[in-house]
Design a protein around this ligand. Structure first.
Ligand SMILES: Nc1nc2c(ncn2[C@@H]2O[C@H](COP(=O)(O)OP(=O)(O)OP(=O)(O)O)[C@@H](O)[C@H]2O)c(=O)[nH]1
Ligand SMILES: [Mg+2]
Length: 286
């Protein structure tokens, strides 16, 4: 199956971001810590240009600590600002805020010297469902932006003022018109950045099993109490369906129910803390 998903509101969103980038002093680029390389949207890279940027590796509560260390080392070595966070944990707000203050220090200084009093502005952007609006709420300490566990929740732009003299711009999550690398597209499906309705979930869950078998065989075996994972993704799917009792009349397995259950297990962190990509998977280097 070839995965493509680029709904109309994203073209509009990219245009709105382009129009607003000049008003922003810095960018908060939200990456899903389970697939940081696939979280880089070539269309966003064109918009952000040379603006000071903070890379926010979000959903770290669901991601692999060892691989996350490699990612933070990678950004630090490149001289880029990076924070590892879980926006659903309120305690992480101060580290994100400090990174924004650091990224905008030069601009804030320039304003001060000119006697201009105004908050610094940070545009929050990233792929759908990566937690942009949750990060804004976490920083604001209140529910200012609408969030939800599906992609495409935020459809328009919204400025949110923080007491610390920072204005944040929430933006709609965007992907790009064509996925040249289908591995990227599948990983975006795993983490819920591509709408489930536009893909074949059986196919996506088979690819997820293949990824888990290759990268996290022990976690896969543990979760589904499998003696071995040394079989094809199709066989694994069938085995999991039988173990979980997803069987319909006639003894056939209920592939749809099982596919949804596997994806849900992964997304909720029930298989374990997982990250599919390391810095060498980056299509380009920041
Ligand atoms: N486990 C976990 N869930 C998170 C975290 N951050 C956000 N979420 C959840 O991820 C889902 C998506 O969050 P949103 O903030 O709506 O994501 P978004 O990037 O604004 O999404 P769009 O507006 O659709 O582009 C919600 O169900 C959040 O509760 C996190 O750090 N850990
Ligand atoms: Mg949002």
């Amino acid at each position: 199956m070839s995965i493509q998903w680029f709904p109309g509101h994203m073209t509009k969103a990219l245009r709105m971001m382009q129009d607003n980038i000049a008003l922003s002093d810095a960018v908060g680029y939200v990456l899903d810590a389970r697939a940081p390389a696939s979280s880089f949207n070539p269309e966003l890279d064109k918009i952000t240009g040379k603006k000071p940027c903070v890379y926010i590796l979000n959903k770290c509560d669901l991601a692999d600590d060892e691989k996350l260390k490699q990612w933070t080392q990678y950004f630090t070595q490149k001289g880029r600002l990076c924070v590892k966070v879980s926006a659903t944990r309120l305690g992480d707000a101060s580290r994100i805020a400090s990174a924004f203050v650091e990224a905008t220090a030069d601009v804030a200084d320039k304003y001060r010297k000119k006697g201009i009093v105004r908050p610094v502005r940070v545009m929050i952007l990233g792929i759908p469902n990566s937690g942009k609006s949750t990060i804004i709420n976490c920083l604001a300490g209140r529910k200012s932006a609408v969030t939800g566990d599906k992609p495409g929740v935020t459809k328009g732009m919204q400025w949110v003022r923080l007491p610390a003299g920072v204005d944040l711009l929430d933006t709609p999550g965007t992907v790009w018109p064509k996925f040249d690398d289908q591995n990227t597209a599948y990983r975006l499906c795993f983490v819920g950045s591509i709408k489930d309705d536009v893909v074949d979930l059986y196919d996506v869950s088979l690819s997820l099993l293949e990824h888990l078998k290759n990268q996290y065989p022990q976690l896969l075996a543990q979760r589904y109490r499998l003696d071995s994972v040394d079989m094809t993704a199709l066989q694994l799917h069938e085995e999991i369906a039988r173990k979980r009792g997803f069987v319909v009349r006639g003894g056939e397995t209920d592939t749809e129910r099982c596919s949804k259950a596997i994806l849900d297990d992964f997304r909720k962190g029930r298989i374990g803390k997982i990250t599919f990509e390391v810095p060498s998977d980056m299509y380009k280097h920041v």
